[in-house]
Write a protein that binds this ligand. Structure first.
Ligand SMILES: [Fe+2]
Length: 287
C-alpha cells in the first residue's frame, strides 16, 4: 500500500516531521514533531506543531499514533501538545529505558523520574507492527545514532529518523552516549535490504554542498547507489573510520540540553516547583 505522506520542515532545527495517512481512510500518524524553543529566552512556541494540527483538522483526519524515531538531541518533541489537541498514542523504541538511565544520571534526576519508559503509551521492539487505520506499520530497530533509534516502515515508505540522510549528505553522527558507528552500519544494511523502490523519508536535511534546496525524500535504490558515506557497498571498516573521524570534529547540537531533558520524558517538561514554575538544568562539564 502507498500511504500519503506530508512533510513539515522546521528550518530552525532542520527537522522534518511527517504526517502519514492511510490512503483508504482518515487515519494518520505523526512522526517526529517539533516544539519550537528559543534557547536564549527559555520560551516555547507551538507554531510548528500548530501547522500539523491545522492540517489534521482541515482534512478531517484521525490521529492513531504520534511516533518518535528516537530521543532527539536537537529539538524538543511536541508529542504531548499534539496528543492533547488530536489524541493518538505516543510510541518510541523500547531502548528508551537505556537512554533514560544514561541521561537520568547526567541530569541528576530524582527517583520521581521513571526510567521504565512509562511516560510513553507504547514501547516498540524489533519486528513489532502497528496499524494506522488499514495501513500496517512495521518496526525495525536501527540503533547506532542512539541505542533506541527505530525505523518505521509503513506501506512502501520507510521513516528512517537519523540513520541515513539524503544520499548527498550521508549518515547521522554516532558519538552520543550509547551510539556506535559499527551498529549504525549494520542498521543501515537492514534498511538497504528493503526493496529498491521503497521510499525513504529522512529525519533532517541540512542541504549538501552544491544543493540549494532542502530535500527529504529518496529511495533505497538511490541510497545504495549514491550515498556518499555508505553507498556502492562501502565496507564497514572504511565507514567506521570515516564516521568516527568526522564525529570527533562536530560540536554538540545547540538544543541538546533542553531537548534531552524534555524528550526523555516523552516531550513533557520536568515537574513544576512549589510555585508552579518549570526549570531545565545545565549540567556543567558532563556532556
Ligand atoms: Fe537525532
Amino acid at each position: 500500500m502507498t500511504p500519503f505522506v506530508k512533510a513539515f520542515f522546521d528550518e530552525a532545527t532542520f527537522t522534518v516531521s511527517y504526517l502519514v495517512r492511510d490512503p483508504k481512510g482518515s487515519a494518520c500518524a505523526i512522526i517526529d514533531s517539533v516544539l519550537d524553543f528559543d534557547h536564549a529566552s527559555g520560551r516555547t512556541d507551538t507554531t510548528s506543531a500548530d501547522k500539523i494540527i491545522q492540517f489534521v483538522k482541515d482534512n478531517d483526519l484521525a490521529v492513531d499514533w504520534i511516533l518518535e524515531s528516537h530521543v532527539h538531541a536537537d529539538h524538543l518533541s511536541a508529542a504531548p501538545y499534539l496528543q492533547e489537541a488530536l489524541g493518538g498514542k505516543i510510541g518510541i523504541g523500547s531502548n528508551i529505558t537505556m537512554v533514560q538511565d544514561t541521561f537520568g544520571k547526567v541530569f541528576n534526576e530524582g527517583t520521581e523520574f521513571q526510567r521504565d519508559g512509562s511516560q510513553f503509551d507504547a514501547l516498540f521492539e524489533q519486528g513489532d507492527s502497528f496499524h494506522i487505520g488499514q495501513l500496517r506499520g512495521d518496526v525495525m530497530h536501527t540503533p547506532g545514532h542512539t541505542p533506541a533509534c527505530m525505523t518505521y516502515v509503513i506501506g512502501d515508505a520507510a521513516f528512517v529518523g537519523d540513520t541515513l540522510f539524503m544520499p548527498d549528505f550521508g549518515t547521522a553522527r554516532c558519538d552520543f552516549p550509547g551510539g556506535s558507528s559499527e551498529m549504525l552500519f549494520q542498521s543501515i544494511q537492514s534498511i538497504l535490504a528493503l526493496p529498491d523502490e521503497t521510499r525513504i523519508f529522512v529525519g533532517h536535511d541540512y542541504k549538501a554542498p552544491g544543493r540549494d534546496e532542502f530535500a527529504w525524500e529518496t529511495t533505497v535504490g538511490e541510497q545504495k547507489a549514491l550515498n556518499v558515506h555508505i553507498g556502492k557497498g562501502r565496507p564497514i571498516e572504511d565507514f567506521v573510520e570515516m564516521r568516527d573521524a568526522r564525529d570527533a570534529t562536530l560540536a554538540m547540537p545547540r538544543l541538546i540540553l533542553p531537548s534531552l531533558q524534555v524528550n526523555m520524558r516523552a516531550g513533557q517538561m520536568p515537574e513544576p516547583d512549589a510555585d508552579g514554575d518549570v526549570f531545565l538544568k545545565i549540567p556543567i562539564n558532563k556532556i
